[in-house]
Each structure stands twice: as structure tokens, then as C-alpha cells.
Design a protein around this ligand. Structure first.
Ligand code: SF4
Length: 657
């Protein structure tokens, strides 16, 4: 592949001053929707003198401001980097279509909100990729910045382009465009990347030297230092490292305990997705739902102390003036001290009109007491995620809550004054039948009936039904995806049966599922499809009204790749996956056993009750030993295995299997 840009970087060398960009912006901002997306200058933004720092980092989110401003990962990095006197961090987001057209017409490169410097003038561009449908927008963002799209085409004058986030646990579909991926948690590794970049700059070395230095950092994957090999039948064979520095596997980075949460959140002038203080109360999940990518890749569970969370809420409310706090985690009601936390917040901030949100609640760890503590929060709806409607199906996916328990919880929610329950389901789970799908409608009706008994016709049930994608690094990574026809048949059944007063159904178009599956399960060859789709005009793929499935099919057709190879093929148990060189430290042996257990309908309890030796503890034994007590939810480690200090280098980490 060679690149051909919609915008030539050279155009921007003529307008590379922030003053010129500012002047040009003044002429176009009043012609576009929501100019507040593009002005910066919000309360709590950090502006530093460019001449007083060694490293300038642009933190970029490849979707519009309204969405990117709610990304907690970038807010954490913004806060941490700006705490360093020798570093500045600024923000950039994808412009919406009208603004992009105006910028291209006036030859305004993508710029940072804080100082209006073009992205090409930064030392490092850090891109957040929490989900795969941002890939074409990432190419568009680089193109708008006038930066060569392909890593191989960048020289010493170009910024280092790095990316992190949950999607990059399979980085291969984006390997050609990103210089280095951050695998895992970014708080510590971002500092080491900055240090490496500073050392390289001072030594005035070729760009390759920087890439080699980055590869030595635990948790950094530099794709150009590896070569992928395939079997004659097109399946993945193995990856070969090309230099000694390149670790194999690349083990994910974790922090031993969560650093204090950020509190000086930037307060947007315009409405964004979440206008609230987000506080991460714990990281990781011990439940072991077999479809759940986040649950597998974010292990081990580490909790923040209650006092630290309360102090952060207090400080953040003072700095932002928000009236809502979100206590975030993959499963907030599993936080050990959730009741104490919510009660303390309710008491401490009583009279301040504060609303407390717990976005992800488990049915079985949910209590009436917790509900009572949340009562004063201004919530219209309550969300529960049974994910499947029959007990058989819930055992297969390892979410073994009984229907009776679900109905009791629903009764309690309606009984405590809530009028709307949102139920999240997935269709397409392994071995699912049309009866299992019909059961979704039946269960929603049963929940509505409980509501009617409590509050009459005010009761409402909204079913959100998405489609299962077998994600890398999960016990279901061997499974195939439903075809579009199968998904449609299941959705049609739901549209026919899940209707009537008090019931509402939301679903995703099956084409969205195909795209997510191609991109999340793709190998290096998929980079060509991503590039061609973007060249054909694909962008904002996460937006229903912008997503062009036909462009993606055309992109596939212009290569020798068959899209169904990635989606509709059940993998033999011994197939090598193209993402296996990225290690989450959850062993493939554990995932294989868990997959085979699912076929027998066998379940696992919460691993806080019983450790299933998934691989996390041997990989991070000394970090666990150095952090005794209940911060980690894995058992304590007694025997000595790996010296703590050696965990700082990838070479010393054990292989995933
Ligand atoms: S090591 Fe044990 S307790 Fe820790 S995440 Fe794995 S299974 Fe759970």
C-alpha cells in the first residue's frame, strides 16, 4: 500500500502558525454547526508556553468533540501529562462534516483546541481507540493533520503517532498507520514514552532508534518491528520479530494500584454526551462473562479506597460545578464498599441537588438498600443487563442469574419508584435458537407485568438488543458470528413479538455488527481494507446515518480478502489467532477450557470467591505481593517468583502461555 492524501502536508507548512490558523478559523466558525466544538477556551483547560516545555503531546479522539470530551482515558492522560513541567498536552477531535469541508477548503490543518497549533507541530500524537469503528476516522484525522497516513512514510520531522484503548488489544488492522500501540493501562507507560521521545530528540538519532527504544518499554507494541506470516489456506501462521528489542509476546501494562483520579475536568460550553463528574471506582471485573472483552482484558480487579473517591468527588464538584457524578466501573455494584460509598456521598452532598449514577449494575449484586441510597438521584430509568433471556443461555455465557431473581429485582425497582427499566440483551450467542430469542420478548413482558402490578400503566420496559461479536482474548474467540440473514430473522421475530403498550425495542442494524466483527477479528491484511474503505469515503462508521456498508464491501472486493473469512468461520480449537502476540496475561489455556466448559453449560463463580488461575497472578505475582490487602481482588501471593523491579522491562515478563 502507498498513501495518497486528500490533503497534502506541504499545504500546511505555509499556514503552520497558530496565529494564522486562528485568523482563518474566525472566518469559518460562524458558518458551521456548533462552533463551540472547535474553539477551546473552556473552563479548566490547560494552556502552557510552547517554548517552556520539551515535549508537546496532542491527545486526539477520532470522533467529534461532543463524544470525545466524555472519554475518561484521555482526561486522565491530559491531567497526568500536564502535571509535568516539561510537557504540555492539548486536545484535538474530528471535525464534523461541515467543519471538515470548510477546513479543507480553506486549507486549515487539524489543530489543537488549546493553542490552535497544527497537530503536525506536536512531538507526539496520542490517539484513543476504545472501539474499532473509529479506524477510518483515525485515517481521516491524520490526513486532516497533513501527517503521512502510513507509519513507514513518516520521517524525523513528523510526530510520533501512538494509539491506545481497548480496541488495540488486536492492533493488527491498524498496524500500518500507528507507530506504536500502548497495550493496557496508560498512566505510567505514557510517561516512559515521553521520556524515550525526549532522549531520542536530544540524541538527534534516526526515527528507527525511537521505535527501538519504545519497543523496550513494557506494554508498547511497535508493529513495524514484526512480520506476520500466513498458512497456504489464508489462516494466520505466526508473527516473527525482526529485531532483538521487540518483545514476544507483548505483555499488557497495568498499574499496581489506581493513581488518584483527576478532578479538574474541562467543562464544555456545549452539551456533550455526559455532563458529569466521572470517577472510576474500580478497574477490571471478576465475573467472567464469556462474551465480554473488557472483562477479560482489564483483569485484575483493583479498587479505589472510599475516602479517595469521596475526596475526588468533593474536589471535582468544586472545580466543575457539575450536578451529577458517575461512579464508573465495568460492574459498579460489585465494588466492595458500594453501599458505604453511595450512602456517604448522599449524606455528604445532601441539599446540593447531586445526582449519583451507577451506570453498570449486576442483577445479583444489586440490593434494595443500594436502591434506597440512590433514591434521591434524578433517574428516570434503571438499566439491567441479563444479556440472554433463558437460564440455559445465561449459563453458556456465564451470567448465571435466575429468571426469578431478575423478576424480583425488577419488582423491587418498580416498587421503589422507578417507572422505566432498560434491559440489555444480545442475540447471536453460541448455540442460540429462535426459542432463546423469543424468550427475550417473553421476559420483557414478564418484567412489564411486574411493573404493572406495582405502578400500573406507568411501567415501561425498553429492550436494547445488540448482536454478539466474538471478540479476541475472550473464551468465545473461536466462535463464528451470525450471518446477516440470521441476525435479520432474529430481529424480525423480536419486532413482531416485542411490541405493545409499555414496551420498546432498540436494535442495531446487522451491517454494523459485520463491520465490528471484521475490524475486531482482523489480521494485518485488514489494514488494506481500512485504507481502501477510507479512500472510498468511509468515515464516521460509528454513526448510523454516516455508515456506508457498501463502501466496505467495495473495499473488500478490491482486495483478495473474503469478509466471511473473518466473521462466519468457526475456528478449530488449535487455530493461531493474529492477536496472540498481544498478551492480556489471561492464558489461552484458561480461555480454551472456559470455551469448552461453555459448550457443556458449565459456569464459573465470581473469581473473588474462587480463583480459577486465569494467568494474571503468575504474570504479575510480584506486583500483587507488593500490594497486599484488598486493593487487588486476586488472592495474595506467598511464594517469591519474579523480582518486582524486573517487571519494568518486557524481556523479563513470562510468556503468555
Ligand atoms: S488470577 Fe484468579 S482471582 Fe485473579 S483474575 Fe484470574 S481467576 Fe480471577
Amino acid at each position: 500500500m502507498t498513501s495518497s492524501y486528500l490533503i497534502d502536508a506541504k499545504d500546511f507548512l505555509m499556514v503552520d502558525s497558530n496565529v494564522q490558523i486562528q485568523n482563518k478559523l474566525e472566518r469559518i466558525l460562524l458558518t458551521v454547526q456548533k462552533p463551540g466544538r472547535y474553539t477551546g477556551g473552556e473552563y479548566n483547560q490547560v494552556v502552557k508556553d510552547w517554548q517552556q516545555v520539551k515535549t508537546r503531546v496532542a491527545l486526539a479522539f477520532p470522533d467529534i468533540y461532543d463524544i470525545g470530551m466524555s472519554n475518561l482515558g484521555l482526561a486522565i492522560l491530559y491531567d497526568l501529562l500536564n502535571q509535568r513541567p516539561d510537557v504540555l498536552a492539548e486536545r484535538a477531535y474530528s471535525p464534523w462534516l461541515d467543519m471538515e469541508a470548510a477546513m479543507r477548503e480553506k486549507k486549515i490543518p487539524l489543530y489543537s483546541l488549546e493553542t490552535k497549533h497544527p497537530l503536525a507541530a506536536f512531538d507526539i500524537i496520542g490517539i484513543s481507540l476504545p472501539y474499532e469503528t473509529l479506524y477510518t476516522n483515525t485515517l481521516n484525522l491524520l490526513d486532516l493533520a497533513g501527517i503521512p497516513l502510513f507509519s513507514a512514510e513518516r520521517g524525523p520531522q513528523h510526530p510520533l503517532v501512538i494509539a491506545g484503548g481497548h480496541a488495540v488489544f488486536n492492533p493488527e488492522p491498524m498496524h500500518a498507520f500507528i507507530d506504536a500501540f500502548i497495550i493496557g493501562e496508560g498512566e505510567e507507560v505514557i510517561q516512559e514514552v515521553v521520556n524515550a521521545q525526549q532522549g531520542w530528540k536530544e540524541a538527534n538519532q534516526p526515527r528507527a532508534a525511537l521505535l527501538h527504544a519504545l519497543a523496550r518499554i513494557w506494554g508498547v507494541y511497535v508493529p513495524s518491528l514484526y512480520e506476520a506470516h500466513y498458512c497456504p489456506d489464508g489462516t494466520f501462521s505466526h508473527i516473527q520479530k525482526l529485531v532483538d528489542e521487540a518483545p514476544l509476546p507483548v505483555v499488557k501494562r497495568i498499574v499496581a494500584h489506581l493513581p488518584p483520579p483527576p478532578t479538574r475536568f474541562i467543562v464544555p460550553y456545549i452539551e456533550t454526551v455526559h455532563n458529569r463528574v466521572p470517577v472510576e471506582i474500580m478497574r477490571g471485573c471478576t465475573r467472567g462473562c464469556r462474551f465480554c472483552h473488557a472483562g477479560m482484558i482489564t483483569r485484575p480487579v483493583r479498587e479505589r479506597p472510599v475516602d479517595e473517591i469521596i475526596a475526588a468527588v468533593e474536589e471535582a464538584l468544586k472545580y466543575t460545578g457539575y450536578e451529577e457524578v458517575g461512579l464508573l466501573s465495568l460492574s459498579s455494584s460489585d465494588y466492595t464498599h458500594i453501599l458505604e460509598l453511595v450512602k456517604t456521598i448522599s449524606e455528604r452532598f445532601a441539599g446540593r441537588n447531586l445526582s449519583v449514577g451507577l451506570p453498570s449494575l449486576r442483577i445479583e449484586s444489586f440490593s434494595v438498600e443500594l436502591m434506597d441510597s440512590l433514591k434521591n438521584s434524578r433517574r428516570s430509568g434503571f438499566t439491567l443487563a441479563p444479556e440472554a433471556a433463558t437460564e440455559r443461555m445465561r449459563e453458556i455465557i456465564n451470567k448465571p442469574v435466575s429468571t426469578q431473581q431478575l423478576l424480583e429485582t425488577a419488582r423491587a425497582i418498580f416498587g421503589h419508584g422507578w417507572s422505566n427499566i432498560k434491559l440489555y440483551f444480545m442475540i447471536g450467542h453460541p448455540s442460540e435458537t429462535l426459542e432463546d430469542v423469543q424468550a427475550i420478548a417473553d421476559l420483557c413482558r414478564a418484567v412489564l407485568a411486574e411493573g404493572r402490578k406495582c405502578i400500573g400503566k406507568r411501567a415501561q420496559v425498553t429492550a436494547g438488543v445488540s448482536t454478539f461479536v466474538p471478540k479476541p482474548h475472550t473464551p468465545f474467540q473461536w466462535v463464528s458470528c451470525d450471518t446477516i440473514e440470521k441476525i435479520r430473522a432474529k430481529q424480525d421475530l423480536l419486532k413482531r413479538t416485542l411490541r405493545g403498550p409499555g414496551l420498546k425495542l432498540n436494535w442495531n442494524p446487522p451491517e454494523d455488527t459485520m463491520l465490528e466483527a471484521w475490524l475486531s477479528r482482523g489480521d494485518r491484511r485488514m489494514a488494506e481494507v481500512v485504507y481502501r474503505a477510507w479512500k472510498l469515503g468511509a468515515k464516521f462508521d460509528a454513526w448510523k446515518d454516516q455508515f456506508r456498508y457498501d463502501l466496505w464491501l467495495d473495499a473488500f472486493a478490491s482486495t483478495s480478502l473474503d469478509p466471511t473469512f473473518y466473521t462466519h468461520r468457526e475456528r478449530p480449537i488449535d487455530e493461531v489467532f493474529p492477536w496472540e502476540h498481544i498478551s492480556t496475561s489471561v492464558r489461552k489455556k484458561f480461555l480454551t477450557e472456559d470455551y469448552l466448559w461453555s459448550l457443556q453449560g458449565r459456569t464459573r463463580v465470581d473469581c473473588r470467591e474462587r480463583c480459577f488461575a486465569c494467568g494474571i497472578l503468575p504474570a504479575f505475582a510480584d506486583l500483587r505481593r507488593a500490594n497486599p490487602g484488598e486493593v487487588w481482588q486476586c488472592p495474595e501471593v506467598k511464594s517469591r517468583r519474579i523480582p518486582v523491579e524486573t517487571l519494568q522491562t518486557v524481556e523479563s515478563l513470562p510468556a503468555a502461555d
